[in-house]
Structures are given as structure tokens and as C-alpha cells.
Design a protein around this ligand. Structure first.
Ligand SMILES: *Cc1c(COP(=O)(O)O)cnc(C)c1O
Length: 449
């Protein structure tokens, strides 16, 4: 049999999963190449120590974060989100999909992460802090034992102002990098793709961030950011497609979630499996979180990526084994979706190849389903999220229907003990008027159904 990547594009087009993807049909794919964590880790250059190192860095910055972002004062500068039980939403899903759901569904509210209101407040902010710390350490202005709130001084802001941070983004990453970078005093340039929302650009400009707009999609915005930083020693490019630093910032979520589940008296072990559904754009956010989750829960956690039917970049990259050598556009898929955080046509090669034996699968969801679920979540739980953040919500129904997967993992008797977590990746900063439009559209669809 030829290895996957030896197939031609034409041959791939005849493949059933790819046919579903190109037909924009909602589909699910289970990764046949998963390996036990211990085995998979032998082929991964990143370690648990790297994640611990990131967690320690975030600890050092807590006094600073608490000082400059007053909303984090009560939690002493911890940038973390609530984990919520959503029984009414679970019931609504049972009705919508006409399917009894065993186990319990929870929602991880990264939509309500402090500072920038999306999952990018993990990786994006972490990378800016990392860069700032390295600069200050190298200049002899800071040591690990210092109280980092000293960074909130005119002298430090002046020091950072001679350095630039550049990033390409569909919106939320730019928001995180821009808010954090500007706060420290950096000069920040955000290269925005066409699908980025106007309010995000305005908010960034109001903070003195240099926003550069393009008519093209995410991949070009990233390429332009990369170009800006090339050959400029004083410019740091936040590489959403390849950054190990971003990835580590996301990975810290694993241990944090473990603590939250323990506090909620929720067990995760071989008889109590954990399923996590992660909305995926380029892959860094869900990839980093999945890596952290695997380290925290071993093989008892099952991680699935969720993508729009119009942007199944990671699904295609993993499935073909071609990673960033293939894009959805190669199959004639247009990468046009209202889920702007997920509007990515070419996946991260770094994430795909690093996690190819750890990601348990991927599924797609139509934009209309995301809007319906957005309205349903608002109605049943009074939680408001942006469309992208709902991509993982139907995961529980997809798994429930996947008898083969359940059997293959010998989970038939344990599904009643299962915990399902939809990772709600963004939304609390969306302006009211904009949110109302999302809701009205979703609500109308619900009433039609
Ligand atoms: C960025 C983003 C994601 C996905 O993260 P990637 O690193 O691009 O895969 C999911 N949801 C929202 C709201 C986002 O902004």
C-alpha cells in the first residue's frame, strides 16, 4: 500500500472522507495512527518540563498582571477561565439531535478569559511575556526573584518601546498580542486578514497598535508579518503557524483543568473517560491544549478538533499526512466561514506533525449549526460566545453515535461515567450589537428547525 502522501491530489479527491469534506458535508474522522502517550512522546521533542517552565513563567508575571489588569486582581494575576456545568444545554442538545446523551457535558469558558476574552489569552499573552522577560533579563534589568510588577514603570515601557512585535491574525491573536504588547510598551504591528472584524481593528488602534489590513486570508497576513520581522533584530514575529512558545502557553491549560475537575469532584480514569472538543484554526491553540491535556490525563483523555465545513484545514492535513503541504483550497474548498477564529485554509505543519499520534480525531460543523448552538447556549444557560467557540459543542453527540470508536477503546460500559468538555474559545469581548446579530440569526434557524 502506498503511504498516504504518495497519493496524488486526484486520488485523494476520490477518497470518501475528502469527498465529504469537499462536498461541505459535516463529517468526522477518527485517527487510525494514535499511540499510547508514552510511545507518542518518544517522537516528540517537547516535554513535560517545557510545560512546567511555561507555568512557572506565568507565575512570575502574576504580580505584574494583577497590577495592570485590575480584573485579575482578585485572582492575583492568574489568567484562567471557569469550567461550567451546562445541564440545560445538554438537554437542549438531546432534543435538537434527538439523541439521549449519557455522561456529563461541561463548558470551558475561555470566552471569559481575562484581558482578551479568547483562548489567545493563553498562548498569545504568554509569548509576549516571554519575549519581554528575555529582553529584560538579557539587559540585566530583571532577575527571576524580582517582583515583576516593577515592569509597570515608565523606565521599562521606554525600554520595551524600542522593540517591535509583529503578528498575522484573523483577529483574536492580534487582539491578545496587541493588548499585552501595548501595555508593556512595545510597538506592535498586527497584520489582519480580510475576515477580521472591524471592532477588533478599532480596539487595537485605540491602544496605539499599528493595524495593517489585507484583502486576503489568514495565511497571507501571517506571511506579511513574517516578512516585516525578517532581518530586524529588534522585531519579534509571533509565528502562529510554528511557534513553540505559543504552544507552551496553551499547554499550561492541561494541569489547570486537572485542578478544576478535581475541585468539581469529577474523576478521570480508565473507567471515567474524558472527551474534549477543541475548535481548531491553524492548530496551535487546540494543539497546545491537547498536548497539555494528554500530559495531565494520559490516555484517559480523548481530544477531538472541531472545524468549520468550509475550513477543515487540520482534518485534511492530518488525514492526508501532508500537514502544511496541503490546503483546503487545493480541494476547491473556499475557506469562507463566519467563524473568523477558524478561517484557516492551511494547517500548522508543526502542530500536525508533532501531534499526529495524539489527536484522536477531527470533525466538521456547518456555520449554521454554530449559530444555532450559539443561540441555544444563550437561551438555556445565558452564556454568550462567538460562533467559533461553538464548534466543539456537538462533539458529545458525534461521539455518542460513534459506536466503533467506543468499542475500540472498550468504553461501552463507561460512557455513562464520561465527562465531555466543549472548549468555548471566545466571545466575551464581542460588542453587544454584534452579538445580538449572531443571536438573532441563530435563533431564527432554531425556530425554523
Ligand atoms: C484562534 C481561535 C481558535 C483556534 O486556535 P488556533 O490556534 O488558530 O487553532 C478557536 N477559537 C477562537 C475563538 C479563536 O480565536
Amino acid at each position: 500500500m502506498p503511504t498516504p502522501s504518495e497519493k496524488t491530489l486526484q486520488e485523494w479527491k476520490a477518497d470518501p472522507i475528502i469527498r465529504d469534506a469537499t462536498a461541505l458535508t459535516e463529517t468526522i474522522w477518527f485517527n487510525p495512527n494514535t499511540r499510547p502517550l508514552a510511545d507518542a512522546m518518544k517522537h516528540i521533542a517537547l516535554t513535560e518540563a517545557d510545560v512546567k517552565d511555561a507555568a512557572a513563567r506565568l507565575e512570575r508575571f502574576r504580580p505584574y498582571i494583577a497590577k495592570v489588569f485590575p480584573e485579575t486582581k482578585e485572582v492575583q494575576g492568574l489568567i484562567e477561565s471557569p469550567l461550567r456545568r451546562i445541564p440545560h444545554m445538554q438537554e437542549a442538545l438531546e432534543n435538537l439531535f434527538n439523541l439521549p446523551l449519557s455522561g456529563e457535558l461541561l463548558l470551558k469558558c475561555d470566552s471569559h478569559l481575562p484581558i482578551s476574552g479568547s483562548i489567545k489569552a493563553r498562548g498569545g499573552i504568554y509569548e509576549v511575556l516571554s519575549y519581554a522577560e528575555n529582553l529584560a533579563l538579557d539587559a540585566g534589568l530583571l532577575s527571576f526573584s524580582d517582583d515583576y510588577s516593577k515592569l509597570d514603570t515608565p523606565a521599562f515601557r521606554k525600554f520595551f518601546s524600542s522593540h517591535t512585535i509583529a503578528v498575522g491574525s484573523t483577529g483574536n491573536l492580534g487582539l491578545s498580542i496587541g493588548i499585552m504588547g501595548a501595555q508593556l510598551g512595545f510597538s506592535v504591528s498586527v497584520h489582519m486578514s480580510a475576515d477580521a472584524r472591524e471592532w477588533k481593528k478599532e480596539m487595537l488602534r485605540s491602544k496605539g497598535v499599528n493595524v495593517i489590513e489585507y484583502d486576503s486570508d489568514y495565511s497571507l497576513a501571517v506571511a506579511e508579518g513574517r516578512k516585516q520581522a525578517e532581518g530586524d533584530q529588534r522585531c519579534h514575529f509571533v509565528d502562529d503557524e510554528n511557534s513553540v512558545t505559543l504552544f507552551m502557553g496553551y499547554a499550561v491549560a492541561g494541569e489547570r483543568l486537572k485542578k478544576q475537575l478535581a475541585e468539581a469532584n469529577i474523576t478521570v480514569d480508565a473507567e471515567h473517560p474524558l472527551f474534549v472538543y477543541l475548535p481548531c484554526g491553524v492548530g496551535g491553540g487546540p494543539g497546545g491544549v491537547a498536548f497539555g491535556l494528554k500530559l495531565a490525563f494520559g490516555d484517559n483523555v480523548h481530544c477531538f478538533f472541531a472545524e468549520p465545513t468550509h475550513s477543515p484545514a487540520m482534518l485534511i492535513g492530518l488525514y492526508t499526512g501532508l500537514h502544511d503541504a496541503i490546503s483546503v483550497q487545493d480541494f476547491g474548498i473556499d475557506n469562507r466561514t463566519a467563524a473568523d477564529g477558524l478561517a484557516v485554509g492551511r494547517p500548522s505543519g508543526f502542530v500536525g506533525s508533532t501531534l499526529q499520534h495524539l489527536i484522536d480525531g477531527a470533525f466538521t460543523i456547518s456555520d449554521d449549526t454554530m449559530f444555532e448552538l450559539l443561540a441555544l447556549l444563550a437561551d438555556t444557560e445565558d452564556i454568550w460566545m462567538e460562533p467559533s467557540a461553538l464548534a466543539g459543542m456537538p462533539g458529545i453527540t458525534r461521539i455518542q453515535r460513534s459506536k466503533d470508536y467506543i468499542k475500540q477503546h472498550a468504553l461501552q460500559d463507561h460512557m455513562k461515567n464520561a465527562t465531555h468538555i466543549a472548549w468555548g474559545t471566545g466571545g466575551s469581548m464581542v460588542p453587544r450589537k454584534e452579538m445580538q446579530k449572531y443571536y438573532d440569526y441563530g435563533s431564527k434557524l432554531c425556530n425554523k428547525a
